[in-house]
Write a protein that binds this ligand. Structure first.
Ligand code: BGC
Length: 521
């Protein structure tokens, strides 16, 4: 069971954003249309064996052609905000130099459509689709890519700055470095292991330069960046498991969050010899750690860590879903590995469903970073295989995705309770939760096999069908709006009729023979 929509709505503070999220490469399709340049991901995903079942991103959800319909579905859902990313190669085909007017125009139309429907836009500048020309020049191994992202931010500020409410400079640099450059599971498909470390610093510098460009342009929207966070849990009381979990925490969480929030890489990274592999000029850390208007956090799951190589770097279900045995990660020789969580429900990705760790993630963030800006959960969601039920007599379709619905309800509840007064992470000013994702889409190396959507997408017909989780979120938002309207009406009445309001503390009972305002004995 999960909490009722009404009870969950009652936990939502004022000015809390409920939104949905997507990313350009995962939904747009139209990869060769209207002057879009080539992305590294276009080339990577065409490689034999790179994507599970050889799925292609060429059409994806065809959002490029169906955008107005998708916005109408968001309007019907009632969300406050939509988080989407700009396709860099669609706007600036080579990642430097001339822009593509047709690409710029697409996001113009999208922004106008959102605003016309009362949906507040949150724009991610970089959600992994690096222009191929930049990848060919070394991608994130090349410091120059950071400057190109800064330049792209200036272009976006100029074109859209008047309409964007929130900016995310960069999404999950940890996933780009780990999957793209360390293990070769994502574009550009490099398995450089520890030699991938320069990609960490260059992406963070790219964030800082993008932020400087947005600030210099004077955009009125709030600016932040997004890191993924997974609490690391030792597999046993073996101290080596604890040390392994600590190292994973540094490699996956703190390596990306500390520089942005404290201006320093973790001590152990600075002490280790390989720090030389991302030596940097003076001044970089100031650029990276500029004050943020908000901190974006993506939370999906905790990670259980054990010492030694185990039977694989990650549990078999996870490796299979990602389409790799992770042998590039040195299978059989890694100093530690990710363990399965036997007692936990798992998603079809093999990810453990542990909503209580949503609260742990927020608590750890609050403890680690006392000066944390307001936090927005910029992504959370789950992939489960869906069953499409067709009722021929009424010609209706029903998708009972109860597990996704429960995942979302439990995680939002956990986050709200943790950050409420008296909660484990009460120090965090939590401002929103964005569901990943509005619709089923191209899940990177997993192709179309991991559906995260509130909307089911039939990848043959491209038809969208709302799932039970979509109707649940719709109800939650309606309940939230009703509660807000009722609260506003009470406040209004109190302000208009101060003399007739009865203060329960001082009101006397009719038995006293005294007349209270508005009541006669
Ligand atoms: C990414 C999304 C991805 C989702 C589910 C996040 O890491 O930002 O692009 O689809 O997780 O894997």
């Amino acid at each position: 069971m999960h909490i009722s929509a009404k009870d969950l709505a009652a936990l939502i503070p004022a000015d809390f954003t409920l939104g949905v999220a997507t990313a350009a490469f995962q939904i747009e399709g139209a990869l060769t249309e209207d002057g879009r340049g080539t992305a590294g991901w276009d080339v990577f995903s065409a490689k034999e064996g790179a994507i599970v079942d050889g799925h292609s991103p060429a059409v994806a959800c065809d959002h490029y052609h169906r955008m107005p319909g998708d916005v109408a579905l968001m309007k019907q859902l009632g969300v406050d905000s939509y988080r989407f990313s700009l396709s860099w190669p669609r706007i600036q085909p080579n990642g430097s130099g001339p822009m593509n007017p047709a690409g710029l125009a697409f996001y113009d139309r999208l922004l106008d459509e959102l605003l016309a429907n009362g949906i507040s836009p949150m724009v991610t500048l970089y959600h992994w689709d690096t222009p191929l020309a930049l990848d060919d020049a070394g991608g994130w191994m090349n410091r120059d890519t950071a400057y190109r992202l800064g330049e792209f931010a200036a272009i976006a500020a100029d074109a859209y700055g008047d309409r964007v409410a929130r900016w995310v400079t960069i999404n999950e640099p940890a996933t780009v470095s780990t999957n793209g450059y360390t293990m070769g599971l994502h574009s550009p498909g490099e398995a450089l292991m520890v030699n991938a470390l320069p990609t960490v610093h260059h992406q963070l510098l790219g964030h800082g330069l993008a932020m400087q460009a947005l600030r210099a342009a004077g955009v009125p929207g709030e600016i932040g960046m997004t890191n993924v966070y997974s609490p690391m849990v030792p597999n046993s009381i073996n101290p080596l498991d604890w040390m392994s979990a600590g190292l994973m925490d540094i490699a996956q969480n703190r390596l990306y969050a500390d520089p942005v929030l404290t201006g320093q890489y973790p001590d152990i990274i600075r002490a280790a010899k390989f720090f030389g592999s991302f030596d940097h000029p003076d001044g970089d850390m100031e650029i990276i750690s500029q004050p943020l208007d908000f901190y974006g956090l993506n939370y999906y799951m905790p990670t259980k860590v054990a010492v030694g190589p185990g039977e694989g770097a990650v549990p078999a279900t996870m490796a299979e879903a990602m389409g790799s045995d992770l042998s590039a990660a040195g299978n059989g020789s890694t100093p530690f590995h990710v363990e399965a969580w036997p007692e936990a429900d798992i998603t079809s990705y093999g990810w453990p469903v542990k909503p209580e760790y949503m609260a742990v993630a927020l608590k750890e963030m609050a403890e680690r970073y006392p000066h944390l800006p307001p936090v927005i959960i910029t992504e959370g969601g789950a992939s489960f295989e869906d069953i499409v039920v067709r009722d021929k007599s009424t010609n209706t379709t029903f998708i009972p995705d109860e597990r996704r619905l429960k995942y979302l309800s439990d995680h939002i509840e956990s986050a709200l309770k943790a950050t409420a007064p008296g909660g484990d992470a009460e120090g965090i000013d939590l401002r929103g939760y964005y569901v990943w994702s509005l619709m089923d889409n191209f899940e990177w190396s997993a192709g179309y096999n991991q559906p995260f959507g509130l909307l089911h997408v039939d990848f043959e017909t491209l038809e969208r069908t709302p799932k039970a989780s979509y109707f649940w979120l719709q109800e939650l938002i309606e309940e939230r709006n009703l509660a807000a309207a009722a609260g506003a009406a009470v406040a209004q009445a109190a302000s208009e009729e101060p003399d007739t309001a009865v203060d329960p503390e001082t009101a006397v009972s009719p038995d006293d023979g005294v007349t209270t305002s508005g009541a006669t004995a």
